[in-house]
Design a protein around this ligand. Structure first.
Ligand code: MLT
Ligand code: MN
Length: 310
């Protein structure tokens, strides 16, 4: 058994985004029927209903813990059901919540060596005192069991793999050309399994392109939580809130011939869920034609507090 709880279903900035007055943010802010507030990108997973691993630590982590009783301290005066953290990239929406996890709590933090190195260079992350927090490098394409700080297995097994993407926005270096210094491992996807691979699913909150290697992996899987950032590549410009395209930001769009809905069409994935959804994306409005299209194609739109058991 694996239980997934979506703590944050939105992309960086959340929905509504603090400074955004575009259609979705406005509708959510005024509590329009068919909308709901969404916090920034994060899920938690457990294999025993007791210890959980956090996948990405969002800047909203404090309120996410408050709003989900599964995450409340339960045993004694100092306790957290969160045993550790797994990071899929170094983006602000995925690492800023690490700062919320200070206060002398034992944790293990798993990430690609690239992400660990930027955390190490930023001394503010030293609030995660090494007496309590063990930073562990995640090797690619090998399965391993997530363990707590003391080395106790969680029953959750992970295999990380590189996917097309981009270096974190705050690390972009224009002098390094078209990809701003992006290297392999800057964006990873995860296969998360229970013991003996009895159950497994994929968590890929950022992905710039469906490759044949990736589609081969995902084929026939039970559940995929996939990058749902934008409906279309030029959405920021057409919503008049920015210029960057989805491709420029390292995200493939949901719609169109190069989009994820099309790319998953023949993959026979049983349950497909969009996650990491930007506040400009019309699929966040339950009565939009885009949402209808998504649902007709057997995709679900994740929401904060969504629970999935496989
Ligand atoms: C992204 O997913 O593109 C990033 O989280 C953007 C950001 O850092 O705000
Ligand atoms: Mn993001």
């Amino acid at each position: 058994m694996l239980k997934v709880l979506v703590l944050g279903s939105a992309a960086g900035g959340g929905s509504p985004q603090w400074n955004c007055n575009s259609e979705v943010s406005k509708a959510v802010r005024s509590r329009t029927t068919g909308t709901s507030p969404r916090t920034q990108s994060s899920i938690v997973v457990t294999a025993n209903n007791d210890e959980w691993f956090l996948f990405n630590a969002s800047p909203d982590l404090g309120s996410q813990i408050l709003n989900n009783s599964q995450m409340h301290p339960k045993k004694g005066l100092r306790h957290s059901p969160i045993s550790g953290v797994v990071l899929t990239n170094g983006d602000v929406d995925h690492v800023a919540g690490l700062l919320t996890l200070r206060e002398r709590q034992n944790l293990s933090v798993y990430a690609h060596a690239r992400v660990h190195s930027v955390l190490k260079e930023n001394s503010i992350f030293n609030v995660l005192n090494s007496d309590y927090v063990d930073r562990r490098e995640m090797k690619m394409n090998v399965e391993f069991e997530l363990k707590n700080k003391e080395g106790k297995g969680s029953g959750i097994f992970v295999e990380a793999f590189e996917v097309p993407g981009k270096i974190a926005l705050w690390l972009e270096d224009e002098s390094k050309g078209e990809n701003f210094g992006t290297q392999e491992g800057d964006t990873i996807g995860l296969k998360i399994s229970s013991a003996g691979k009895e159950k497994s699913f994929y968590y890929i909150p950022a992905c710039a392109k469906m490759t044949s290697e990736l589609s081969e992996k995902l084929k026939d899987s039970e559940l995929v939580l996939f990058d749902g950032t934008l409906w279309k590549n030029d959405e920021m410009a057409s919503s008049k809130v920015g210029e960057k395209t989805g491709q420029r930001m390292g995200h493939m769009n949901n719609s169109g011939p190069d989009g994820s809905i099309e790319a998953f069409k023949d993959l026979n994935v049983k349950k497909k869920i969009f996650i990491h959804i930007n506040t400009t994306n019309p699929i966040l409005l339950s009565d939009s034609s885009e949402r209808k299209f998504v649902e007709e194609n057997n995709w679900e739109v994740s929401y904060d507090g969504m629970e999935i058991t496989i």
